[in-house]
Write a protein that binds this ligand. Structure first.
Ligand code: 5GP
Ligand code: MN
Length: 345
């Protein structure tokens, strides 16, 4: 079966860990996206079908457009409920790390995870897993962690234990991490999986609408402002960057998620290779959140590591800078020029 991921030995580690666990906690990275929330909730639904209650714990909340996911309201977030999170993580005997490859991706929650004696199992699709665990299922070629979670469910007990709600969460994660199946989604198995999910009676069009057609008027105009007034093109190098400041966020009544995906828009330019977003953090001064996207044969992950204290996937990476927005712009320009020969080709 091409969907299966684990060797017999790995499968028995996973099976035994689940059956012997009494308190299971499922975690994902800070600023959770559709794949982080989709994969963790899908795994929770699946474990429930096996008779195991599991708690999903996240460093902070997901954007509003994900709050409709089944059981989203059971998630405990560390930024608002630190004591509750500390208690469940400390009491856990099995902890799943989904959709992240380094404990530092959980930011403020990292010491809590490190302090727990729970056995860890990692399921992820980022390059280079670095989390100590009893089992690491790392598949950088996969579309999403949600896809991996589906494959694990299939291998563990077959599709009969995948509920409608689990299917909704898996689909949401796969769909968001592939931009609605427009990138990173050429593996034919993906469509085999979607076919199974549709048999669970998910409505993929409704899911798409809930996630992607969810803007407020302010959010739509904020995007227009960025593209119209803020986008700096380095046309000869097929690259661009833009900045977003706190005062603009105020002006457009920014809420979490409003700028999701904006960094992809410049890639709509014919032949465009690199798009960089530089955004001031609302709470931390001199803290710039960086997002990078690449296309047309250029890969931005290394640039994220070298210039922006980050990393990620080959064509979707991120990081942070500890400086003013003006200095961040200079860093972006330096990064673009450092890759001149690859970008101008
Ligand atoms: P986004 O631009 O959507 O925030 O992040 C895109 C991808 O970049 C994420 O899936 C994640 O893999 C990676 N990423 C974002 N921020 C960081 C960071 O600070 N450090 C690392 N190592 N990866 C990041
Ligand atoms: Mn992911």
């Amino acid at each position: 079966n091409t969907l299966f991921l684990l060797t017999d030995e790995e499968l028995s580690i996973l099976k035994d860990s689940i059956s012997s666990a009494n308190r299971i906690v499922i975690t994902a990275h800070k600023s959770p996206d559709g794949d982080a929330v989709g994969s963790t909730l899908a795994w929770k639904h699946y474990l429930a079908a096996l008779g195991k209650d599991a708690v999903v714990v996240l460093p902070d909340a997901a954007p509003d457009f994900l709050h409709w996911l089944p059981q989203y309201n059971t998630i405990i977030t560390y930024d608002k409920h630190a004591e509750d999170v500390k208690k469940v993580v400390n009491d856990a005997d099995l902890l799943f790390c989904l959709d992240y490859n380094e404990l530092s991706r959980t930011e403020e929650m990292q010491p809590v995870i490190e302090g727990s004696k729970a056995k860890r199992i990692v399921v992820d699709h980022h390059v280079g897993p670095k989390i100590p665990s009893i089992l690491t299922v790392s598949r950088p070629a996969a579309s999403s962690t949600s896809e991996l979670v589906f494959r694990l469910m299939s291998q563990l007990t077959g599709t009969q234990d995948i509920s409608h709600d689990a299917a909704v969460c898996v689909y949401c994660g796969m769909m968001t991490d592939t931009g609605g199946f427009t990138f990173n989604s050429t593996n034919p198995d993906i469509y085999l999986i979607i076919s199974e999910l549709l048999r669970k009676n998910i409505d993929k069009d409704v899911i798409y609408n809930k996630v992607f057609h969810n803007y407020s008027a302010n959010a739509l105009r904020f995007r227009a402002h960025i593209i119209q007034d803020k986008l700096r093109l380095v046309e000869t190098l097929h690259a661009s960057y833009y900045t977003v400041t706190k005062s603009e966020m105020k002006e457009y009544h920014f809420i979490k998620g409003d700028l999701e995906g904006v960094v992809n828009i410049p890639l709509m330019l014919k032949g465009h290779k690199l798009s960089i977003s530089l955004r001031e953090d609302r709470d931390r001064p001199n803290f710039i959140l960086v997002s990078l996207r690449s296309s047309c044969g250029f890969h931005c992950r290394k640039m994220a590591e070298e210039f922006f204290n980050g990393g990620g996937h080959e064509d979707a990476a991120g990081g942070k800078l500890y400086c003013s927005i003006e200095e961040a712009e200079k860093t972006a320009l330096r990064a673009i020029l450092a890759y001149k020969s690859q970008l101008e080709a």
